[in-house]
Design a protein around this ligand. Sequence first.
Ligand SMILES: [Zn+2]
Length: 209
Amino acid sequence: MRELTPTVFALEKTAGANGYLVAGEDCSVLIDPGLASGARSSLAELAGARRLVPPVTDVVLTHYDPDHSGAAPAVQEALGVRVWLGREDVPILRGETEPPTRARRFLKLINPMHPPVALSEIVEPTEIIPGLSVLPAPGHTPGHVIVSWRGVVFVGDAAMMRRGRLVQLPAPLISDRDAALATTDLIASLRPRLVCPGHGRPDRLSLSD
Ligand SMILES: [Zn+2]
């Protein structure tokens, strides 16, 4: 894994979306374990991280898409972690509710979902370990969340970074455009010194405008 700050690491063995590890005082949090097909290599990387960071106790899924959430069942089974997901995404990941747009219903057909056995729901801003907050950030999906930790914001697919600016994902991947724009404003209002997206490289946010 690659050190981004003294307490934030980018995982290098996950498949699909970027995975990140946050080291707290006596426990660590994994953000987006990635595709199910990468679960084994992700777990090997986490095992190697044990000498550098406290044990992983919590996994945050920024949203239900399989490239972010697919490895969660394997990680939960191996490590006994709590897995957090925004409330509106829980029934979609469990297959109880259809995804909200046609493009997303099609994606689900070609990418079956793998829900973890147990999910903890994020309903409102929640501090899951001291100093690490999970905030509802809908738009890309109804239950999308972002994570804030010591000036670093993990935005999942709520936005991408381009030359120091937050930009929207392609329109067919957005469930609610107005909500997505409000979420981008929320991210900027946190004035992060580093933005860690689900896809693409982490980058500093230009705050000049
Ligand atoms: Zn996504």
